[in-house]
Design a protein around this ligand. Sequence first.
Ligand SMILES: Nc1ncnc2c1ncn2[C@@H]1O[C@H](COP(=O)(O)OP(=O)(O)O)[C@@H](O)[C@H]1O
Ligand SMILES: CC(=O)N[C@@H](CCC(=O)OP(=O)(O)O)C(=O)O
Length: 284
Amino acid sequence: MNNYMERSTVLVEALPYIQKWYGKTIVIKYGGNAMISEELRSAVISDIILLHLVGVRVVMVHGGGPEIGHMLEKVGKQSRFVDGLRYTDEETMDIVQQVLCGKVNKHLVSIINNLGGKAIGLCGLDGALFQAKKLDEKYGLVGKIVKVAPQVVNDALSCGYIPVISTVALGIDNDTAYNINADTAAAELAISLGAEKLILLTDVRGVLRDPKDDSTLIRQIRLEEVPSLLSSGVIGGGMIPKIQCCVNALEHGVHRTHILDGRIPHSILTEMLSHQGIGTMLWE
Ligand SMILES: Nc1ncnc2c1ncn2[C@@H]1O[C@H](COP(=O)(O)OP(=O)(O)O)[C@@H](O)[C@H]1O
Ligand SMILES: CC(=O)N[C@@H](CCC(=O)OP(=O)(O)O)C(=O)O
């Protein structure tokens, strides 16, 4: 098949999906471990711009855990995790805010704008988007989201922007900012926006029966299968909070949640605009 024919075939396949997703809200969480090269970042962002151009209300929530770790190292601080959450003292919180809301957020916004999209960077403090209380003393300044005020995101979407959101929250129990895990914040935002889909982009193919073997990808998981996958230990480590976020989203109105490999170029478009599907889909 020549190049022109290939492209037409892809477009013909994509058209019904473009119609299906028109006007629908999709939250895409872009994890720090999946932002491994400029080339891959551009591929992810091109997908997001394309979806936006065809009328999907795309919202990006980003992480940046590895970047925070590098910056802490530079100032001579070790990252410490408690139950998978970064122990956040005051100095760490300053760095989290600088790295997430400053460096990573503005970098992603710049790439979108340079590739011809229209992005606006926000964090949970803007418009009091994410409001939180201290989760537990043992995590330091890590917050539990108690309220999401999505108006600022809806306004940005209505004005034609792709909102790019970092996950620092407004403290409502004191005047501090809180550090929020980006998967958790993405799920809460998807619920509050009434999103159709939540996509978590990470650095594995999806949920694997054997995490060392890519060929053991589980393509679909029903909500009712999750407890046995957790108790049997198939789902472990960093995948546990991801699955819990997906369950939370599904139980609160989000129709589909996906765990996709952000290292595969155009995994978002393959999932959304083709018959193929990719990664793991969790559904009710
Ligand atoms: N069954 C599983 N399938 C895939 N990954 C798993 C599984 N169990 C544990 N994991 C681990 O979960 C990790 C993904 O979580 P994490 O590192 O927190 O991602 P991110 O930084 O993108 O948020 C994988 O790199 C893998 O080591
Ligand atoms: C409380 C907590 O752990 N917050 C995370 C926020 C960033 C994040 O979640 O980034 P990834 O998605 O790249 O892991 C952190 O400080 O690393």
